[in-house]
Design a binder for this molecule. Structure first.
Ligand SMILES: [Zn+2]
Length: 274
């Protein structure tokens, strides 16, 4: 009897637990080296049920695949070449990355993090060449794309319709509201993270974005200095703060926000959550 009661109780607790999503994190970043097991354990306790680990170059692609194999049904890899790395690509690194993604396409859930960054304007042609290659790969493999667009969101939103991409995610969206509406019209999703608790601009974007076009992220490892983080290195468990901030902004229950985000995740990535 007691055993049965315990089982029922556990079941109820499970049911009540919010399913949280970190749709953009960099688990292979050096900042997390040696701490992955504890990060994952901490994330699970917080209710995180999916982490999309985004690569930056060939080496992080290889490592993200290993993490996806080590933590099945929890860690999902988004592979690609980040615009910050276009100038330090080794010989054949781009070709080898494309080849790796093609060979491991059954495990790969998105092409990311890819994009264009205005701070590296001297490398514009090279950035464009790599970005185009990544977008063509996403087309060919019918995969979603996760896009970095610092200072380039307008340009990217204008150029993407010339590709046959069905699923586009603009990560840490921080551009104008008019660009947000254009991206929404094209069916794109955006992610926001821990800055949702303190940034006026990000909170305005969250207020305006339809929740059906929204996912949560941490983009870790990043150090957030403002409250409530106070200089801590981001952990996926911070997603709980993000969901609570979104609920407050949208005047909704946190449970309902989390549920909609979990549904968005399943549809966008084509992944069934446990
Ligand atoms: Zn990122």
């Amino acid at each position: 009897m007691i055993e049965n009661f315990k089982e029922t109780l556990n079941y109820d607790i499970q049911q009540e637990k919010m399913k949280l999503i970190d749709a953009h994190v960099h688990l292979s970043d050096a900042g997390y080296a040696g701490h992955i097991d504890e990060l994952i354990a901490d994330a699970k306790v917080a209710g995180v049920v999916a982490l999309v680990t985004n690569s930056m170059d060939l080496q992080t692609c290889q490592n993200d695949l290993k993490l996806a194999e080590k933590y099945p049904d929890l860690v999902y890899p988004a592979l690609g070449i980040h615009p910050w790395n276009v100038n330090v690509l080794k010989e054949n690194e781009l070709e080898r990355t494309v080849d790796l993604i093609q060979r491991r396409k059954n495990l790969v859930k998105a092409i990311g993090e890819i994009g264009l960054d205005h701070k590296y304007e001297t490398l514009w042609e090279k950035q464009m060449m790599v970005f185009d290659k990544m977008l063509r790969l996403a087309e060919a493999l019918d995969l979603p794309v996760i896009i970095h667009s610092r200072g380039t969101t307008d340009k990217i939103v204008a150029m993407l319709p010339s590709y046959r991409l069905k699923r586009v995610l603009l990560h840490w969206f921080s551009h104008s509201i008019s660009t947000l509406y254009r991206a929404m019209d094209d069916g794109y999703l955006i992610t926001e993270g821990p800055s949702a608790t303190y940034s006026k601009d990000i909170r305005e974007i969250i207020e305006k974005v339809p929740l059906t076009h929204f996912l949560t992220e941490t983009d870790g490892p990043v150090t957030y200095w403002k409250r409530p983080y106070n200089g801590q290195l981001t952990k996926p468990s911070f997603i709980r703060n993000v969901v609570e901030a979104v609920a407050e902004i949208k005047k909704m229950q946190a449970d309902d926000v989390a549920q909609q985000i979990a549904e968005n995740f399943e549809v966008f990535f084509g992944i069934k959550l446990n």
